[in-house]
Design a protein around this ligand. Structure first.
Ligand SMILES: C[S@@+](CC[C@H](N)C(=O)[O-])C[C@H]1O[C@@H](n2cnc3c(N)ncnc32)[C@H](O)[C@@H]1O
Length: 258
């Protein structure tokens, strides 16, 4: 079996251990305070991985639910957060369409982890989200809409993070797959040095680029989500009013009757 980095949640966590989860949770909370039209009790993360915000959100009084397709990630999160009260709910499933027994008041997806490859998958995902999100609740999308064209990007980013004797070196590349269908692949190459035991992973994520005008059109064709706003740099004082030089864009939608 071909193992991917997501099968090793502890390496994934080292790779992203530079993130400030308290600050990220504060930002989610400020979106809720400013834009939610319902009180928020339960928060839902799509593609939650190791559920990195579970503790910070629980500390702020929310109940946390995460969805992921990878069993190892969910088992890791379950064990890591076993001390929290209420215990995080963790659901195994595919974001395109999944079963759920509850409804939630706020939903989010981080780091562009919206893996939808065509309009049918987008519709099925938003149908499912409309079923789980209570009316008035927000859907927060981090880096999921492409304000700069990934298909024109030809470069690579890399960084190394070390924690507890484990060094994780990440390199990101982008490859065009099909210009007409706006398909591209992100290749994330990871080299791990775990106390001198070396491993290498190559993660290829195929995605359809979603550009802002197309996304607004998509929402307009649906009646169950409204556009609330988009901002750059995770800063609610920086609304996006032209599409140049946009870094780390967030988009907020609201579930409406429909
Ligand atoms: C980059 S990680 C993001 C983890 C977490 N949200 C965070 O902020 O660190 C992406 C996650 O998406 C999950 N994933 C990939 N495809 C998925 C799908 N179709 N449905 C649900 N989860 C998926 C992977 O297993 C992985 O845990």
């Amino acid at each position: 079996m071909n193992r991917v980095l997501y099968d090793y949640p502890e390496y994934y966590e080292v790779a992203f251990s530079f993130r400030d989860f308290a600050r990220e949770a504060d930002f989610l909370q400020s979106c809720i305070k400013q834009f939610s039209t319902i009180p928020v009790r339960r928060i839902f993360e799509v593609a939650c991985g190791p559920a990195p915000h579970a503790e910070e959100l629980t500390r702020r009084g929310y109940a946390y639910t995460g969805l992921d397709i990878n069993r190892n990630m969910l088992d890791h999160a379950q064990y890591k957060w076993r001390h929290l009260s209420p215990r995080p709910e963790l659901i195994e499933g595919d974001m395109i369409s999944f079963e759920h027994a509850m409804t939630v008041d706020f939903a989010y997806v981080m780091l562009g982890s919206l893996y939808l490859n065509n309009p049918d998958e987008m519709n099925r995902h938003f149908d499912t989200m409309a079923g789980i999100l209570n009316e008035g609740g927000l859907y927060f999308l981090d880096w999921c809409i492409q304000f700069s064209d990934p298909l024109k990007y030809e470069g690579s980013d890399s960084f190394t993070v070390e924690r507890d004797g484990i060094a994780v070196d990440s390199k990101f590349d982008i490859r065009l797959v099909d210009q007409d269908r706006q398909m591209y692949e992100e290749i994330w190459t990871v080299n791990v040095n775990d106390h001198s035991r070396h491993r290498r992973f190559e993660m290829v994520e195929r995605n359809k680029a979603i550009f802002p005008p197309e996304f607004v059109e998509f929402l307009n064709r649906r009646s169950d989500f409204e556009f609330v706003g988009w901002w750059k740099n995770w800063n609610l004082n920086l609304p996006i009013d032209d599409f140049t030089n946009v870094t780390r864009p967030v988009v907020l939608l609201r579930r409406v009757a429909g």
